[in-house]
Design a protein around this ligand. Structure first.
Ligand code: SN0
Length: 315
């Protein structure tokens, strides 16, 4: 595996999952695989789980880690080509990526969608610039359109708790006060399809995701109907793809409550976190034994460790 930015970068998904479960069972089994190698992590946006779990995964493999927040601890970066740099940005991403590629062996990048221009976000300008200029493997720490480390942890969690080989998994939109990217649901849909889960995506009209991610999934505008028989309920807010970046609904009746969970087949609750309590899901759902959100977040470590192991062994 050269880069890890989307599922298409993974040549053998079942082998990656197997490796991740090995890492979960024996996190200390490869203490020197990454000795003498450095992971750099560049954050254009805030992070709690991704920053700490990926750092921890790297140190379990003996790597050194350098993590930085753009504009805070680095120069502000210009990402547009051909502009006269007379504004606040002191450095162009072209030089920054090339230089970091000389300093580290693997480079993680987090760069969220700006939700202003769909074409610009879906072109993945920043991630692609790092892929082109850094000359080292790039690991997505959530890009404009995808969050593959999260999706791998999501799949590990489903594999850990599923009771049938092909579980019914419902990805449902839920209300939120802010406009959020489509990266987490896009990515989850792409991974759930690769796993051949029975995938249902429920959302109010207008929240259809980019069909390249959802092809083959059942789309429902009726959350109650979608939840019938669900074994996993993955709640997430996203803004509209069609009416790009817009909030079209804040309908509180889409919040996941114990009444909604009662429709499921003794279903488990999933969310990538951070979660707004009593917006996306009620306290009673998050605090119930059916909520897997903490285990799901814990699975971010074996997910990142399996990805770094694979990259280190490929080089
Ligand atoms: C991000 C998102 O893509 O939805 C990261 C999720 C892993 N979430 C947020 O930005 C939440 C911000 C908020 O104010 O709740």
């Amino acid at each position: 595996m050269q880069h890890f930015t989307k599922i298409a970068d993974v040549s053998n998904l079942s082998a990656l999952i197997e490796r991740a479960f090995e890492c979960k069972r024996s996190p200390h089994a490869w203490p020197s695989l990454g000795r003498g190698r450095t992971l750099g992590m560049v954050f254009f946006n805030p992070s709690l789980r991704t920053r700490v779990s990926t750092h921890r995964a790297a140190t379990l493999l003996g790597m050194d880690v350098i993590s930085m927040t753009v504009g805070d601890e680095t120069w502000q970066l210009e990402t547009r080509d051909g502009v006269e740099m007379d504004g606040p940005a002191a450095e162009h991403i072209r030089e920054a990526a090339a230089v970091l590629g000389r300093y580290v062996d693997v480079l993680g990048v987090r760069s969220f969608a700006h939700l202003r221009d769909r074409q610009e976000d879906y072109a993945e300008t920043i991630l692609e610039r790092f892929r082109a200029c850094a000359g080292v493997p790039i690991v997505s720490l959530e890009s404009a359109t995808r969050h593959p480390l999260q999706s791998l942890a999501d799949v590990l969690t489903i594999e850990q708790f599923k009771r049938r080989s092909r579980p019914r998994v419902v990805l449902t939109w839920a209300p939120h006060p802010k406009a959020l990217p489509q990266a987490v649901p896009n990515s989850f849909a792409e991974w759930a399809r690769a796993m051949d889960y029975e995938l249902v995506i429920a959302h109010p009209p207008g929240y259809e995701l980019d069909p390249q991610f959802t092809e083959g999934a059942t789309i429902s505008y009726d959350q109650d109907e979608a939840l019938d028989g669900a074994e996993f309920v993955y709640a997430k807010n996203w803004s509209s793809y069609r009416d790009y970046g817009k909030i079209l609904s804040q309908d509180r009746s889409w919040q996941i409550t114990p009444e909604k969970m009662a429709r499921t087949s003794d279903g488990y609750f999933l969310h990538c976190l951070p979660i707004r309590r009593n917006m996306i899901a009620s306290d009673a759902v998050l605090d119930s034994p059916r909520s897997l959100v903490i285990e799901q977040a814990a699975n971010r470590i074996p997910a990142a460790q399996a990805v770094l192991r694979t990259i280190l062994e490929t080089r």
